[in-house]
Design a protein around this ligand. Structure first.
Ligand code: ZN
Ligand code: ZN
Length: 405
């Protein structure tokens, strides 16, 4: 069937897809000042049963840290900016000229809106009624790219009702819901009020996920991240702000179509890694962020590039591609029944061919290949998701892998 073979070649050997993620929306929830020992760090999940169920469905980082200032006015902007940004005081005309703060570095809102050319209504920040801290005045970003601040009500429940409205009316592709009550009740010194506010926040996170999954604009194409700005002293739940483990160890829960299911990740991560990860999923860059994409949370799926309608016997099969994430050497094990040499091609997520095996490579038929993470010029490639593709004359098979340097 020469015609069919030719057709398949054209389809198969084209570039890899530009964006391999299913995620179209990201919802970020910040629960202020929830100590990990009352959250998902409690093996009984006494106050957080809904988040524990979501952690089973998605991924949890065992060692997620606030690696900077363990108080809200610095840690929240660090979540936004993917870096420990300075905050600068100014007289805010949006708040009657009263003193407010803005972040020096651009934020994830600005990167999202500028990078993807999205309107304000596509980027919403819900929080209780106050004069919200503002994103940056960076000359490349700034107020034209700030989020739509929806600052309403007094309690977390009020913020949730507002958020629910936003979801059903504006359906933004990027949404941040900020819940303040846990920190507030912690400072009150009333243990029961503190733990009750944790149960409420947990309930609201569960409700949020259920609402998203019942909404056609979000179901199956939304990643939710739930984190904290800081914890609380391990020696006194009423306060926070120092270097103790209770203040530093916080939560990062991720759930969504591109997030591994049931993963408990042992890769240590910190607050600045959140914004670049959101950028990776939605397809924008975060140039001034210092954090890195949490690639280890993402699904490695086997993409069969070739799924012919006509059932031809497969000439090529990928058996194992490992380890992933890999650091210095990736091993690719395959079976080939074809008569021509198997070619190895590596693409980045933009679809650019970064490496291909040379035909003279002798080991190509023996069912096992290695790739050292270097490009064709023998230079080290950066950490990231790559697509490994094997092809022969009839078909190509590919798989996403993660390189972590
Ligand atoms: Zn506080
Ligand atoms: Zn502390």
């Amino acid at each position: 069937m020469p015609f069919l073979t030719g057709l398949l070649l054209v389809v198969l050997l084209g570039p890899a897809p530009a964006n391999a993620y299913e995620t179209e929306n990201v919802v970020l929830v910040i629960i202020d000042g929830l100590r990990y020992s009352e959250g998902l760090g409690d093996p009984e999940h006494t106050f957080v049963p809904r988040m524990a169920a979501l952690a089973d469905e998605g991924a949890l980082i065992n060692d997620f840290q606030n690696d900077g200032y363990t108080y809200t006015s610095r840690a929240i902007p660090a979540i936004w900016c993917g870096a420990w940004t300075e905050t600068i005081s100014f007289s805010d005309p949006d708040c009657g000229g009263s003193s407010n703060k803005y972040a020096e570095l651009p934020s994830v809102f600005e990167y999202f809106r500028q990078g993807l050319e999205r309107p304000e209504s596509d980027c919403v920040y819900t929080l209780k009624a106050l004069c919200p801290w503002k994103a940056s005045f960076d000359s490349n970003y700034g107020p034209d790219y700030w989020p739509l601040y929806h600052s309403v009500g007094v309690t977390d429940l009020d913020v949730w009702h507002e958020t629910e409205q936003i979801i059903s009316t504006l359906a933004p592709h990027f949404l941040l819901m900020y819940l303040a009550d846990v920190d507030h009740e912690g400072h009150s010194g009333d243990w029961d009020a503190y733990t009750e506010s944790i149960s409420t926040a947990d309930f609201l996170v569960g409700e949020l996920w259920d609402v998203l999954q019942a909404d056609s604009a979000y179901a199956g194409k939304t990643t939710m991240l739930v984190t904290n700005d800081h914890g609380r002293h391990d020696y006194d739940f009423r306060g926070h702000g120092d270097d103790c483990e209770g203040c530093r160890h916080i939560q990062l829960l991720a759930v969504g179509p591109d997030i591994q299911s049931g993963l408990q990740s042992d890769v240590s991560r910190t607050i600045p890694d959140i914004a670049p990860t959101i950028g990776e999923l939605l397809g924008f860059t975060t140039p001034q962020a210092t954090g890195e994409v949490m690639l280890e949370l993402l699904v490695e799926e086997t993409v069969s590039v070739n799924e012919p309608r006509v059932q031809a016997p497969a000439s090529l099969r990928l058996n194992q591609v490992y380890p992933t994430p890999f650091n210095s050497e990736l091993r690719i094990e395959f079976e080939s029944t074809g008569r021509v040499p198997v070619a190895l091609s590596i693409f980045n997520l933009d679809g650019t061919l970064v490496y291909e095996s040379r035909p003279s490579t002798g080991s190509i038929q023996n069912g096992s290949l290695r790739w050292d993470g270097r490009d064709r010029a023998n230079k080290n490639l950066p950490s990231g998701v790559y697509i490994v593709q094997l092809s022969d004359a009839q078909m190509a098979v590919s798989q996403k892998v993660i390189m972590l340097k």
